[in-house]
Design a protein around this ligand. Structure first.
Ligand code: CTP
Length: 400
């Protein structure tokens, strides 16, 4: 079972250099199980040929509105699509779509489809900034199109690229398609706050105390919550994995900074999933200058950092679902139940750091979920993505 199995996706390609990245998007969609119907505009074919897309998707690519034997292609494709994606969307495409032009196959599909439409503009940064282009993008948003803002980064022309214009990466667009394919559920429109990664406590200006957390578990929860339709705030220490698409990422350094960011986010949160591993100890008196090795201190005096879940409990909204983790190395369930009570949690995710495949760093986890009723839900060894889904299933059920 792949995430997009059987989903028909129309992938419209218009004439921009970023269309070379759309080939990779077509491949990612196909690998995820989607049946991808590529529709190329005339100018797109100047950049990448149909045959490339056909090889990647294993399906015919479409180019013309009316051809012998294909008179109703636009209706057939539009009706079958669960999502329509236009990537890259040129300035000219935005203008034409904003005015409902239907003199080519893609334009006609957009008018005939009832499926959600994702548009990924990509162009020179000055073009994207032009009020005319902005007005067209705004018009499409008003019409219900999902317009993904382009990113800032290198553009085709090496002298340009100071402002946004670059097409988001295919992996990001894939995540957007996943969100559009998801039926509305209990998390749709909810605000979910997730913490991820370790924190760092300075010893001196160049050294710190931290731990081995990669942030992978929290990032998986944030990605899954966003796909389920939530507005996601990810409060993240230094991550060893890329931040997920869609989430608003708040970067923090120390445990106190993470506590402040969590407190702020809790004001509007429907759920908090505290997957981070905040440093529990800080240097009691961090040095203002780098500690020289010939004057090394004999001992480092530690102070406890604050417990974020406990310290921010007063900021929780009534009914907010609070999920904590319990990383233990012995008497796992006992320790987890104690944390559930002490930190006033609705759900605790217990894991044994000594077990192979569980805990920090890796791609898998073996966890037991325990809610206030105390009944353990023992899960098998799963990918962290699958663990994230199981946690969110429980969160959805606990939401008022
Ligand atoms: N946590 C927190 N603030 C901290 C440390 C941990 O809010 N300063 C959260 C973690 O994000 C996790 C839960 O508390 O959701 C339990 O973390 P864990 O490391 O298992 O336990 P600790 O509370 O740190 O206790 P101990 O180290 O004694 O097991």
């Amino acid at each position: 079972m792949r995430p997009f199995d059987g989903a028909r996706v129309v992938l419209g390609v218009t004439g921009g250099i970023a269309s070379y990245k759309t080939v990779w998007l077509a491949r990612l969609l196909t690998q995820a199980g989607a049946e991808v119907d590529v529709v190329l505009s005339r100018s797109a074919r100047e950049f990448v040929g149909s045959i490339t897309f056909e090889a990647v998707t294993g399906r015919p690519a479409h180019t013309v509105l009316v051809a012998e034997g294909h008179a109703l292609d636009h209706i057939r494709l539009a009706k079958a699509a669960r999502v329509v994606v236009v990537a890259p969307a040129t300035a000219d495409f935005l203008a034409r779509a904003a005015h409902g032009h239907a003199d080519d196959l893609l334009g006609a599909i957009l008018l005939a489809t009832g499926a959600p439409v994702l548009v990924a503009p990509a162009m020179n940064d000055h073009m994207w900034a032009h009020p005319q282009v902005q007005a067209n993008a705004e018009r499409l948003r008003d019409l219900g199109y999902h317009v993904v803002a382009p990113g800032t980064g290198p553009l085709a022309s090496p002298t340009e690229g100071a402002g946004p214009g670059r097409m988001p990466e295919p992996e990001t667009l894939l995540a957007h398609v996943g969100r559009l394919l998801e039926p509305p559920g209990a998390l749709t429109g909810r605000h979910v706050v997730v913490t991820a990664g370790p924190t760092r406590e300075p010893v001196d200006p160049v050294r710190f105390l931290s731990n081995h957390s990669s942030g992978r578990m929290g990032v998986a929860v944030a990605a899954a919550a966003w796909r389920r339709g939530a507005d996601v705030t990810l409060v993240a220490g230094p991550l060893s994995v890329p931040a997920p698409a869609g989430a608003t990422v708040v970067r923090v350094g120390t445990t106190a900074e993470m506590a402040a960011a969590v407190r702020h986010a809790l004001a509007t949160a429907d759920a908090l999933v505290m997957a981070a591993a905040p440093a529990d100890f800080a240097a009691a008196a961090p040095a203002a200058h780098k500690l020289k090795k010939d004057r090394a201190p004999e001992a480092l005096v530690l102070a406890r950092t604050e417990d974020i879940l406990t310290a921010t409990a007063d900021a929780r909204r009534p009914g907010a679902v609070i999920v904590g983790f319990a990383l233990e190395t012995e008497r796992v369930l006992e320790g987890a139940r104690a944390k559930l009570a002490a930190k006033d949690l609705d759900l605790v995710v217990a894991n044994d750091a000594t077990e192979p495949g569980a805990g920090f760093g890796g791609e898998t986890n073996r966890v037991t979920l325990i809610a206030r009723d105390g009944v353990p839900q023992v899960l098998p060894l799963l990918s962290k993505e699958a663990v994230a889904e199981a946690i969110l299933d429980r969160v959805e059920a606990l939401l008022p």
